[in-house]
Write a protein that binds this ligand. Structure first.
Ligand code: HEM
Length: 454
């Protein structure tokens, strides 16, 4: 048995560095040890970091029995629940994924586009001209509202605000990175970090289960939200999802879907605001589209340069640094005889910075995505294979809706003197200080969007 080479510094030191700046650690190791190396950060099984696209392809081609993706996410169990699709493996994972996937089909996204656009308008209406504010927070509020409306099916703004506030408090508590470590997950009373989290979590669960019960009573006729679809799904034996299944999937979709999308949007804006050529090309595309009629979700979804811009942002600044699968038996892989119990971990950053695939990879250039797509193991911000992000179509669609709406109404600039750094929030890498921007102008909603929202 052998592991690829890697840093020999003590695991606690590597863990600290990893928690603080995973991208720097990955780049450093890539330069020193080559495209495949081992990182031992102690809190997890040794990570065999992969960046050769062929190795990544091999991981994504696995049917999941020889390598488990749920096991590596087991630290999320206390947050998401034992039945969350993210933490399951093997047959239970396949079965849950089959039940949860259908509402996320690309074509269904048009049903959610109107809500994505309307909720973005509602946020912009509150922006104050001349004022500096952390745009990441505004984007988080939008993406949370979008999930509560389109996934949970909460139509009432006051109800969404109440549950949203509670869930934000909860995700805020949960996003403190050390809380992912099992040794930190001990209830030492209401003031300890874990104790506080547990108490908030129980209160939120009571509300979520109340909401599920109400929706079961009221029925789903005529509704398009994802919870309504879940209430109607049945497996081959005619079994549906029980309350605990539903609770765990709702929390999973909320946690997996809102912070990630808001962060991806913040990074996209960071480049758009910094690069006048990119912004101008986007504005031209939007103006040309507007001349042809109102900017409906269907029309926004087809804008080619907008699509390329969000894909390029996800390439250059991926939100999640690694995906992982734990080997279930000894395995010959990438020229090594790996033991059981190590994590094969495609590095999203390193794959995206491969100069053999992306010319001038450190440069932000959306045109590399115009008229061409990359292979499933070359562009991997959403992972791949049987564990590929369920919300990929949803997230890309939402990013385009939000970005087009913001750019068509608000003139923003990066706050003077601000240079973003990637900081860690739980498993995501977000721009530091919430990415402060200044609002220089806000246009009123155009009559067609105001009418559609009414
Ligand atoms: C830009 C936004 C997003 C990014 C970058 C992202 C990224 C990812 C990544 C890297 C994975 C792991 C894939 C793997 O292991 O191969 C994942 C899994 C997942 N994501 Fe996303 N995601 C985003 C948005 C969303 C949204 C909007 C939802 C749902 C509303 C969602 C739901 C999920 C679920 C349920 C899984 C687990 C799939 C499984 O284990 O079978 N994600 N996502």
């Amino acid at each position: 048995m052998s592991l690829p080479p890697g840093p020999t510094a003590p695991a606690p030191w590597m863990l600290m560095r990893w928690m603080r700046d995973p991208v720097a650690v990955l780049k450093e190791c890539r330069a020193r040890y080559g495209e495949t190396f081992t990182l031992d950060i102690g809190a997890m099984p040794p990570l065999v970091i992969l960046s050769n696209p062929e190795h990544v392809r091999e991981v994504f081609a696995s049917a999941g029995d020889d390598m488990h993706g749920g096991e590596i996410a087991s630290g999320l169990r206390p947050f998401l629940g034992e039945r969350s699709v993210i933490v399951l493996d093997g047959a239970p994972h396949r079965a849950m994924r089959k039940l949860v996937m259908p509402p996320f089909h690309g074509e269904r996204m048009h049903a959610y586009g109107r809500a994505m656009v309307d909720l973005t308008h509602a946020s912009i209406d509150r922006w104050v001209v001349g004022k500096e504010f952390p745009v990441h927070e505004a984007l988080q509020a939008i993406t949370l509202d979008v999930i509560l409306r389109t996934v949970f099916g909460m139509d009432d703004a006051a109800d969404r605000a109440r549950l949203g506030e509670q869930l934000t408090r909860l995700t805020h508590l949960a996003s403190w990175p050390p809380l992912l470590l099992p040794q930190m997950q001990r209830d030492l009373g209401a003031w300890s970090p874990w104790g506080k989290f547990l108490r908030e979590s129980r209160a939120a669960d009571a509300n979520l289960l109340g909401e599920i019960a109400r929706r079961r009573r009221e029925g789903s006729a005529g509704r398009t939200d994802i919870l309504s679809m879940f209430l109607g799904v049945r497996d081959e034996e005619g079994r549906g999802l029980d309350d605990q299944d539903l609770r765990d999937q709702l929390v999973t979709l909320l946690v997996a879907g809102h912070e990630t999308t808001a962060t991806a949007l913040a990074w996209t804006l960071r480049w758009v605001l910094a690069l006048p050529d990119v912004r101008e090309r986007l504005m031209n595309e939007l103006h040309t589209a507007q001349r042809g009629g109102p900017l409906t979700p269907e029309r926004i979804a087809k804008l080619e340069y907008l699509d390329a811009t969000v894909r390029e942002a996800l390439r250059l600044q991926p939100v999640i640094p690694l995906v992982g699968r734990i080997t279930q038996q000894p395995l010959r892989f990438a020229g090594y005889d790996l033991p059981k119990g190590v994590a094969l971990a495609p590095s999203v950053h390193l794959v995206h910075l491969n100069p053999a695939v992306y010319e001038n990879p450190e440069r932000f250039d959306p045109s590399r995505f115009v008229g061409r797509s990359y292979k499933a193991h070359e562009w991997i911000p959403f992972g791949g294979g049987i564990r590929k992000c369920i919300g990929m179509a949803f997230a890309l669609y939402e990013m385009k809706m939000v970005l087009a709406t913001v750019l068509s109404r608000a003139w923003l600039r990066t706050a003077p003197g601000y240079t973003p750094r990637a900081v860690r929030r739980s498993i995501t890498l977000t721009p530091s200080e919430g990415m402060p921007v200044v609002v220089d102008a806000v246009l009123p909603r155009s009559p067609d969007t105001a009418a559609a929202a009414a």
